[in-house]
Design a protein around this ligand. Structure first.
Ligand code: NAD
Ligand code: DAU
Length: 364
C-alpha cells in the first residue's frame, strides 16, 4: 500500500454507486473519515445512506459541486486529503431528452471541484492528496460484436450527450494533472448493478415493473450488449486505485460479463418467477419498443491493467450478484416505492410515451 486516505470527500455519495462506496469504505476503514457532498437531485437519496447517520466517522453536507467556495471550505476546514468524485447526471435517456443539465453538472461541476482542489491543495503546497474521478466505459463509444474489449488505449468516441460530457471531463481531469501536477486518477467502469440502483436504469426498472405487473420495455431488438459488474466490485476497484494506483493513470474496471439486454431481462424474469411467482411467466410482460436514438450496440471492458498492476479481482459472480440484487428489491419495497415519486412518474411518461410498442404484451 502506498497511499492511505485519511479524510475522504465523496461527491454524489447519496446516489447509487456513491452510497455503496461509502458503506463499503466505512466498513473496511472505520478509522478514516468520510464527508459526503450531495445536492440530493432526483437520483440522490438519504435513505441510501441509512444505517450510518450516527457513525462518528461520517458526515453529510447538502450542497452542489458547482459551489466552488463551499468545496474549498470543505477541503480546507476538514483537512480533506482525498476526493472521490461520483456526482453526475448519469442516465443516458435523460441526456438525450435534456443535455443541458449534463454539460452543467458533469463538465462545469467537475471543473469547479478541480479548481477548488488546485487552490486548497496545490497552491498551499499540500503534496499528499488524491483526486479520483469516476468515469465510464461509454467514453469509448460502441464496439462491433467481434471487436476486442476496450483497453485504456482505446480511442474516445462518445455517442450520447452523457458520454460526451464524461469524455470531456476525463480530458479536463487529465489536463489538471499534466499542467498543474494535481494528483489525479481516473477509472472507466462498465455497467453496475446492485442495491440502491435507481429504477430508471434497466435492471431495477425490470424488477420493479415485474413486481407491479407492468410492461418490460426493451429498446429495439434487445440485442445490445452491456458488461455488468456488481456495484461493490466497482467500489473494490476504486479502493485498489486509491491505495496503489499511480498518479496520472487511467484504469478500466469491469468483470468480463457481457450480456444482451434481452437475455438479461429474460434471466431477471426467471428469477422473479422463482421469488415472486405471479401465475403467468414474467417474460409475458416483455415488450419491444422504439429504440433509444444513437443506441450504442456493445460495451465490453478489458480490465487487464488493473488486474495485473493492482491485483484487482471482482469477488461477486454474476449468478450470486443478480440473485442478491433481485432479493434486495423484494426485501426493500419501501425504498423503491419511496424513490418513485411524482417527478419519477413524469419522467416515465416523458421517456416512454413516444417509444411505441413493437409487440403487444399481456399485463397481469
Ligand atoms: P446516480 O445518478 O445514481 O447518482 C448521482 C449522484 O450525484 C446523486 O446522489 C445526485 O444527487 C448527485 N448529484 C448530481 N448532481 C449533483 C451536483 N451538482 N452536486 C452534488 N451532487 C450531485 O449515479 P451513479 O449511477 O451512482 O453513478 C455515479 C458515477 O459513476 C457517475 O459519475 C457515473 O457517470 C459513473 N458511472 C456509473 C456507472 C453505472 O453503471 N451506474 C458505470 C460507470 C460509471
Ligand atoms: O456503461 C456504463 C454506463 O452504464 C454508465 O456510465 C451509465 O451511468 C449507466 O446509466 C449505464 O448506461 P446504459 O445506458 O448502458 O444503462 P441503462 O440501464 O440505461 O440501459 C442498459 C441497456 O438497456 C441499454 O442498452 C439500454 C437498454 N434499455 C434501458 C432501459 C432503461 C432498455 O432496453 N429498456 C429500458 O427501459
Amino acid at each position: 500500500m502506498n497511499y492511505q486516505p485519511k479524510h475522504l470527500l465523496v461527491t454524489g455519495g447519496a446516489g447509487f454507486i456513491g452510497s455503496n462506496f461509502v458503506h463499503y469504505w466505512l466498513r473496511e476503514y472505520p478509522d478514516s473519515q468520510v464527508t459526503v457532498l450531495d445536492a440530493l437531485t432526483y437520483a440522490g437519496n438519504l435513505q441510501n445512506l441509512r444505517g450510518i447517520q450516527n457513525n462518528k466517522s461520517y458526515s453529510f453536507v447538502h450542497g452542489d459541486i458547482l459551489d466552488t467556495a463551499l468545496v474549498e471550505k470543505l477541503l480546507h476546514d476538514a483537512s480533506i486529503d482525498t476526493l472521490v468524485h461520483f456526482a453526475a447526471e448519469s442516465h443516458v435517456d435523460r441526456s438525450i431528452l435534456g443535455p443541458d443539465a449534463f454539460l452543467k453538472t458533469n463538465i462545469e461541476g467537475t471543473h469547479s471541484l478541480l479548481k477548488a482542489a488546485k487552490k486548497i491543495w496545490l497552491d498551499a503546497g499540500k503534496t499528499t492528496h488524491r483526486f479520483h474521478h469516476v468515469s465510464t466505459d461509454e467514453v469509448y463509444g460502441t464496439l462491433t460484436l467481434d471487436a476486442p474489449a476496450f483497453t485504456e488505449q482505446h480511442q474516445y468516441l462518445p455517442n450520447s450527450p452523457y458520454a460526451a460530457s464524461k469524455a470531456s471531463l476525463d480530458h479536463i481531469v487529465r489536463s489538471y494533472h499534466h499542467t498543474y501536477g494535481l494528483n489525479t486518477t481516473i477509472s472507466n467502469c462498465s455497467n453496475n448493478y446492485g442495491p440502491y440502483h435507481f429504477p430508471e436504469k434497466l435492471i431495477p426498472l425490470i424488477i420493479v415493473n415485474c413486481l407491479e405487473g407492468k410492461p418490460l420495455p426493451i429498446y429495439g431488438d434487445g440485442k445490445q450488449i452491456r458488461d455488468w459488474l456488481y456495484v461493490e466490485d466497482h467500489c473494490r476497484g476504486i479502493e485498489r486505485i486509491l491505495l496503489n494506483g499511480k498518479v496520472g493513470e487511467v484504469y478500466n474496471i469491469g468483470g468480463n460479463n457481457e450480456w444482451t439486454n434481452i437475455d438479461i431481462v429474460t434471466l431477471v424474469c426467471q428469477l422473479m418467477d422463482i421469488y415472486h411467482p405471479h401465475g403467468a411467466p414474467h417474460t409475458q410482460l416483455i415488450t419491444h419498443v422504439t429504440d433509444r436514438p444513437g443506441h450504442d450496440r456493445r460495451y465490453a471492458i478489458d480490465a487487464t491493467k488493473i488486474m495485473d498492476q493492482l491485483s484487482y479481482k471482482p469477488l461477486e459472480t454474476f449468478e450470486t450478484g443478480i440473485h442478491k440484487t433481485v432479493r434486495w428489491y423484494l426485501d426493500n419495497e419501501e425504498w423503491w416505492r419511496g424513490v418513485m415519486d411524482n417527478s419519477y412518474k413524469k419522467w416515465l411518461d416523458k421517456n416512454y410515451s413516444d417509444k411505441k410498442p413493437r409487440s403487444q404484451v399481456t399485463e397481469f
